[in-house]
Ligand binder design. Sequence first.
Ligand SMILES: NC(=O)c1ccc[n+]([C@@H]2O[C@H](COP(=O)([O-])OP(=O)(O)OC[C@H]3O[C@@H](n4cnc5c(N)ncnc54)[C@H](OP(=O)(O)O)[C@@H]3O)[C@@H](O)[C@H]2O)c1
Length: 311
Amino acid sequence: MRQFAWTARIRSPTLDRMPGMRIAISGASGFVGRAAAADLATSGHTVVRLQRGQNWQPDTGALDAAALGPCDAVLHLAGENVAAGRWTAARRQRIQDSRGPVTERLCRALAALPQRPRVLVSASATGIYGDRGDTELDERSPPGSGFLADVARAWEAATVPARDAGIRVVHLRIGMVLDPGGGALRRMLPPFRCCLGGRLGSGRQWVAWITLSDLLRAIRFVLEHDELRGPVLAVAPEPVRNAGFTQALARALRRPAVLPVPRFALRALFGAMADELLLASQRCRPQELCQAGFRFVHPSVGPALQALLGH
Ligand SMILES: NC(=O)c1ccc[n+]([C@@H]2O[C@H](COP(=O)([O-])OP(=O)(O)OC[C@H]3O[C@@H](n4cnc5c(N)ncnc54)[C@H](OP(=O)(O)O)[C@@H]3O)[C@@H](O)[C@H]2O)c1
């Protein structure tokens, strides 16, 4: 079998707090997974990729414990991309199956390992809150309704076997991750660069967002902080309405953003995905991270986009 581990070469301040851990990552080929694997490796940890069909079988939950070696932590990011296309019945099924059921099988396998990891950081999403208008939301707010909310609720509930086995479980409720190299921002850049950008629908919906670099720092933070468990919002402390986000992006690109996209057009283009991903309002604040002393490098969207887009 190929060697899946990267050994760290660069020391970072993290090492002064915590000796290097062996961390297994699922979804390591994805937008966040690739960056997290590189970041953790350069922070002094040994990263082992959970590779579907090789050392991990998501359909059965089987893990090749010998190939993985004893891991201190698992970062579970795997799942069918929710923004890759219209939510046909088949895609909805894949989105669902790759969250709750895959996570539950993984957790049962982790619980059965001779040497269990101490911590499981399992991705979740602010989509768990559904569409909540101007209501302020934090980790204690109840989940909302809708397809994504149902998927995320099942995804979080699926970790019970790991928690029951004494593994510290963190559900990282991630907002829209911003980086020009991938995810939503990369998809937005071409229309905005061509002066075809504009607010979505009324533009009044709140956007929960976080820069990729702050997310990577938050992942390291939750791995290090044993007091954190359960839901932890990984979003910047200053949510912004979609209209404000649109203006900030246009300013960072030095382009006008004068072409609003009406709700009906979004629905015609993206179907139900438009309502839940583009038009839903989630005014989230990261209470748990802030109380634990986490400091955001990019708390405000304007400077964040300026920093990311190089002006
Ligand atoms: N990016 C965001 O803005 C954002 C926001 C909120 C929540 N999240 C969540 O954070 C996690 C990572 O996000 P991401 O942007 O890195 O996602 P991504 O780019 O779509 O990567 C997800 C990875 O999961 C694995 N995967 C794909 N289809 C799968 C399936 N059917 N079953 C099992 N595994 C599958 C693949 O990795 P391998 O081939 O290596 O297995 C893929 O690269 C996801 O669970 C996502 O829902 C992301």
